[in-house]
Each structure stands twice: as structure tokens, then as C-alpha cells.
Ligand binder design. Structure first.
Ligand SMILES: NC(=O)c1ccc[n+]([C@@H]2O[C@H](COP(=O)([O-])OP(=O)(O)OC[C@H]3O[C@@H](n4cnc5c(N)ncnc54)[C@H](OP(=O)(O)O)[C@@H]3O)[C@@H](O)[C@H]2O)c1
Length: 370
């Protein structure tokens, strides 16, 4: 049954509800995805724009592991969400494509009617709602050649992969004056959402040689289709498998899965002066000493940092999403949505969460329409 959060408002302001209600999907308690109340259909008030905000009419969304991690039980009693108890239900969703409906007073980059795609900010309400408020500086113009569902698959993973390669590891496409072999990148978790974009950016934009990891014939085939030159199995001995390809070591490693498991093999196979970037937090302290004698670098990537900390350069995400859109429209990069569900409601979002939680999706799961 649809939750009516508006009931209180309606009692006091009877005219408010009809004009400004919207559908949304959210949670009130952290529950396993098998629980009927894990995600709820809700009626919520439409958001109002801050000065830099766009109000976007959301047409499609995608589901990422961040959704399932934020929804997941924090304890076994399925407790109320403490930080939101006074603010109402939590709306998840950190990828959207849609049309600009309204703009804030300081907005300069977009106008009503523009088609946009973006991931949003994990410290604000998510995109699983008919209307959504987002800072224009982290929004890109949607690729013209994609529909809303295909576009919604891209932003979070494209920002992560782009920032990891170009802003954290400082991978360059510049031609060095000294002749040198083509740099080699190892992507651990190649067939997932982030891996699917990273392989393409690395091979088609940075012109690296890419070794991806995948554990199944279908995920290995997907990595090769996206441009990976080699595929090794992440459940095997990765350094041994890489050396068996005749490759002594790699210049860069991207860790898109368990950092506690993969940092050791990454340090072992990394070349002197190489770089490792991980996007998955560790459960325990990590040992960086193996990197010392290689003068090697370890860096984190967290794609919500720029938006949630309002860094001076947060507009880089607007620029990179617009650039990724151009690469898509030019046919350099291909879209990564592999499963589409419709409409956007609690039942379908539960299906999508279950798929992503299974850890075996290839590419991205998207939902479209209300
Ligand atoms: N820091 C950030 O800003 C940021 C941003 C995005 C994502 N993340 C995190 O990065 C991780 C990856 O995200 P994603 O969206 O790419 O995930 P995803 O799409 O759910 O990844 C699915 C892929 O993971 C692979 N996989 C499963 N078990 C694995 C293992 N033990 N070792 C290596 N790969 C394994 C599977 O490949 P096979 O079937 O071939 O095994 C599958 O294709 C998640 O933990 C996510 O929360 C962080």
C-alpha cells in the first residue's frame, strides 16, 4: 500500500497535496531485500530548488551497490534509520536521466527542458522519485544518441572510472618524449558497472593495454567486447596469471572489489613507480609497506567526495559527464545497461537490489517510467 507521508501536510494545508505530491520509493527501516517493507512506494512532497539546484523530472534510474549498502540492515532488529527519524523516509537512487523542470536562482548551465544525466549526492535524497533536486555543477548534458534508460546507467560509474583514471592515478594520454612501452592497466572486477566504463576509457581514451579480471565465460566475453586485451580470473592467482601472459608487471591497478583481498596481489604485480586506485573501503587496516621500495602510489576514489564536500572543483563532474556524453555520441564508448525493468516502483527496485546484491551483474540494471 502506498505510504501517505503527505497526510499531516494535507490536514494543515489541504491545497498543498494535489499540486505538489510526487511518487517516490524509499525506506523507513534497514531491512533485508526479502522483507516486504525493504523498499516502500511513497507519496512525498516535491522538492524545492536551492540556488544552484535543478529540479529534474526523473525518467529513468539505475541501481548501484551503494543503494544496496545504504539499504542493508545495520543491525538485525531492522531498526529505524536514526539520522532520518525526524526527516522522514530515506529515498535512495544515485543515477538518473530526465528533463530539467525548474531551475534555482543561481543556475547558469541548464534551462527547463534540457535533457540531463547525473549521479547526485549521497548526503541528499536520492533519485528514486518523480522529481529530484540536484546541484547543476554535478549534472551533465545527456548523450543525444541514448534514451533515458541507457543514459541513466552511466553517470555514477562514469564519474568513478574517470576520476580514478585521470584525477587520482593521473593517467595521461600525452606522448612522452622518451620512447616507452604502452602502459598496462589491471582492472579487478572488469564486468561490473564501474569496470565496464573503466575498460572503455582506458583502452579508447587513454590507449592503455588493459588486463581485466572476470570469473565466468560470459563476464570475460563482456570485458573483451568492451576492449580488454586480456582477461584473467580474479578467483585464481592474479600475479601468476598476468605473468603467464608474458607481462612482467603492470603500471596501474584499479580495484573494484574487496580491497582487503586484492591489495596484496596488486602490490605484487605493480611495476616500480606504478599506481593503485581502489574504490572499495577496507574492513581492516592495510599494509602499504610493499609499495615503499617501488616508490609506488596508492590512492582512493570516492565519487561522492566532490559533491558532498562541495569542493572548489565540483564542476569537474559536470564537465566530465558532458565529455563522456560526447564520447558516447561519437561511438567511442558504448552504453552499459544490460537489464531494464519498468516502471520505477518498490517491487521493481526490490528486484534490481536483489540482482545487484547477488554480485554477478554484468554492466548495469536500470528502471524507467512511472
Ligand atoms: N568509491 C566509489 O566512488 C565507488 C563508486 C562505485 C562503486 N563503488 C564500489 O565498487 C564496487 C564495484 O561496483 P560496481 O558497480 O562495479 O559493482 P557491480 O556492477 O555490482 O559488480 C559486479 C561484478 O563484480 C564481479 N565480482 C563478483 N565477485 C567478485 C570478486 N570476488 N572479485 C572481483 N570481482 C568480483 C562480477 O564479475 P564475475 O561475475 O566475473 O565474477 C560482476 O560482474 C562496489 O563495492 C561498489 O560499492 C565505489
Amino acid at each position: 500500500m502506498r505510504e501517505s507521508v503527505l497526510q499531516g501536510l494535507i490536514q494543515h494545508f489541504p491545497n498543498y497535496q494535489k499540486a505538489f505530491a510526487m511518487k517516490a520509493v524509499g525506506l523507513k527501516r534497514h531491512l533485508p531485500i526479502t522483507d516486504a517493507d525493504a523498499l516502500l512506494d511513497l507519496d512525498l512532497p516535491q522538492p524545492l530548488p536551492g540556488a544552484h539546484d535543478l529540479i529534474v523530472k526523473v525518467e529513468a534510474v539505475s541501481v548501484n551497490p551503494v543503494d544496496t549498502k545504504r539499504r542493508h540492515p545495520k543491525d538485525l532488529s531492522g531498526s529505524e534509520i536514526p539520522e532520518l527519524a525526524s526527516k522522514g523516509p530515506r529515498v535512495l537512487g544515485f543515477d538518473a536521466a530526465g528533463t530539467v523542470h525548474q531551475v534555482g536562482s543561481a543556475v547558469t548551465l541548464f534551462k527547463p527542458g534540457d535533457r540531463v544525466y547525473y549521479a547526485g549526492d549521497v548526503t541528499r535524497q536520492g533519485t528514486n522519485s518523480e522529481f529530484h533536486a540536484v546541484d547543476e555543477r554535478i549534472v551533465g548534458h545527456m548523450p543525444k544518441s541514448l534514451d533515458f534508460a541507457q543514459a541513466a546507467a552511466l553517470p555514477l560509474t562514469a564519474i568513478t572510472a574517470w576520476e580514478a583514471l585521470f584525477d587520482r592515478l593521473h593517467v595521461s594520454v600525452k606522448i612522452s618524449p622518451e620512447p616507452r612501452p604502452q602502459p598496462v592497466l589491471l582492472v579487478i572486477g572488469g564486468a561490473g558497472g564501474v569496470g565496464s566504463i573503466a575498460i572503455q576509457l582506458a583502452t579508447k581514451v587513454a590507449h592503455l593495454k588493459v588486463i581485466a579480471t572476470a570469473s565466468r565465460p560470459e563476464s570475460a566475453a563482456w570485458c573483451r567486447e568492451l576492449g580488454a586485451h586480456h582477461v584473467v580470473n580474479h578467483f585464481g592467482n592474479i600475479p601468476e596469471e598476468v605473468r603467464a601472459l608474458g607481462i612482467k608487471n603492470v603500471d596501474y591497478v584499479l580495484i573494484f572489489n574487496d580491497t582487503d583481498v586484492y591489495l596484496g596481489p596488486a602490490c605484487e604485480i605493480l611495476a616500480p613507480q606504478g599506481g593503485i586506485c581502489s574504490i572499495v573501503r577496507t574492513a581492516k587496516p592495510v599494509n602499504m609497506t610493499p609499495l615503499m621500495e617501488k616508490c609506488a602510489t596508492f590512492t582512493w576514489e570516492f565519487m561522492f567526495t566532490r559533491a558532498s564536500k562541495a569542493t572548489w572543483d565540483m564542476i569537474e563532474q559536470h564537465r566530465l559527464l558532458t565529455e563522456v556524453g560526447r564520447l558516447i555520441d561519437q561511438g567511442v564508448i558504448k552504453a552499459t545497461a544490460t537489464t531494464t525493468l519498468e516502471p520505477i516502483n518498490a517491487a521493481n527496485l526490490k528486484k534490481a537490489h536483489a540482482l545487484v546484491e547477488g554480485g554477478r551483474t554484468i554492466g548495469k540494471v536500470v528502471l524507467r517510467g512511472w
